[in-house]
Design a protein around this ligand. Structure first.
Ligand SMILES: [Zn+2]
Length: 380
């Protein structure tokens, strides 16, 4: 009589399990959950042929049939042990869960360990729409990594003013958004829409944001062109948004704004102004940065640093989209210092009366008599 099996009907060795031969007839299995040393005849005779069959495509009966009937209890015991140790992956439906997955096998392995499952991550990514605004080096890297990682829909917003790039000549020249879009469509199964202008000039910006899963506004310089509009419209439509910019040797990422939950960009700006030694200078600088739309070719910047910033943002967005993880920059600013490669994090608290994100933003400002109960208010 068979004892009830607690093992999956289609056992699959968990992704990332290492099989380390120690000596003749002795093997160490190592995973993230622990390790187990196995030895004896079973290891020498059965294991080498059994392990490759634990791919989620062979049912237990099929596995057992490959070996002598007398080995069946040992195979059961072995599978029960490694199941108990967490070495078997989540049950797949006849190993067919990856059929619709457009991800690389490494990505699948990652998401089955750190997401719901590979197919769920692939589905979420395929259904995602990411608006990437600012097609400088950082923006192009973010767009490329997202397309290569399975994001189904991208909207590329040029970010710079086209006439500034072509030196004032108005000849028909493909924008960076169009060029990037063309190359991504050729290489990846990704639908790419392009908007060859700035956020502030983009027609239908509200519709674009409303249809997006997340918006990323990126710059290789300190340009904050479009930040206010992105902040306002994303809060209005409940769409999260993140920004990144580079101040010479320092990159500034965030805050990742989750509408109605975390601090928005206006909260950050107001708080940082309140802490500035010279609030008037601070205000002037931010006004200047928000008006910077064109790409500035003389701005000191190294491509690999833009690569670090772009990959940081893309990685964070992927984890948010595919794994429903919290952004590393949610409600906080992340600085990356180029010379030391050190990272510092600054929490940003929501401003109770923020003009952009407070629920009370449309109310008139609090006056002292607002808090006096009606019945005690003097009429005379
Ligand atoms: Zn705010």
């Amino acid at each position: 009589m068979n004892k009830p099996l607690s093992i999956p009907s289609f056992p699959r060795l968990q992704y990332g399990v290492e099989i380390v031969p120690v000596e003749e007839g002795k093997v160490l299995l190592r995973s993230f959950t622990g390790s187990v040393m196995l030895s004896g005849d079973f290891v020498a005779v059965v294991l080498p042929s059994l392990l490759p069959l634990l791919d989620g495509r062979h049912g237990f009966e099929e596995l057992a049939a490959k070996f002598d009937e007398t080995l069946r209890p040992e195979i059961e015991d072995f599978l029960t042990l490694i199941q108990h140790k967490g070495f078997l992956g989540k049950a797949a439906l006849h190993g067919r869960e990856d059929d619709a997955v457009m991800l690389s096998s490494k990505d699948c392995a990652y998401w089955s360990l750190y997401g719901a499952s590979a197919s769920e991550a692939a589905r979420r990514l395929a259904q995602s729409t990411v608006v990437v605004a600012g097609l400088g080096d950082v923006g192009k890297i973010v767009a490329t990594i997202l397309a290569a990682s399975g994001v189904g829909n991208l909207v590329l917003v040029e970010g710079a003013t086209p006439s500034a790039r072509s030196g004032g000549r108005q000849e028909a020249k493909a924008s960076e958004a169009e060029k990037t879009g063309l190359s991504l469509r050729e290489q990846y199964a990704c639908r790419v829409m392009t908007i060859p202008t700035t956020i502030n000039d983009a027609a239908g910006w509200e519709e674009t944001v409303a249809a997006a899963s997340v918006v990323a506004v990126l710059s290789d310089t300190m340009s904050m062109g479009g930040y206010d509009r992105a902040n306002e419209v994303c809060i209005k439509h409940g769409v999260p948004w993140v920004s990144a910019r580079i101040d010479r040797q320092r990159a500034i990422i965030g805050p990742f704004v989750i509408p109605n939950q975390t601090a928005c960009f206006a909260c950050f700006e107001a708080r940082s102004r309140a802490n500035a030694d010279h609030p008037e200078d601070h205000e002037a600088l931010y006004r200047h940065w928000k008006q910077l739309n064109g790409r500035r070719d003389m701005w000191p910047s190294l491509l690999p640093f833009a690569g670090i910033v772009g990959n940081f943002v893309a990685l964070d967005l992927l984890r948010v989209l595919a794994g429903e993880h919290l952004s590393a920059a949610a409600g906080r600013i992340i600085n990356i210092d180029l010379p030391t490669m050190e990272r510092s994090v600054h929490e940003v608290l929501k401003l109770p009366r923020c003009p952009a994100c407070s629920r009370l933003r449309d109310r008139r400002p609090t006056k002292i008599w607002d808090i006096i109960p009606t019945e005690t208010r003097s009429v005379g």
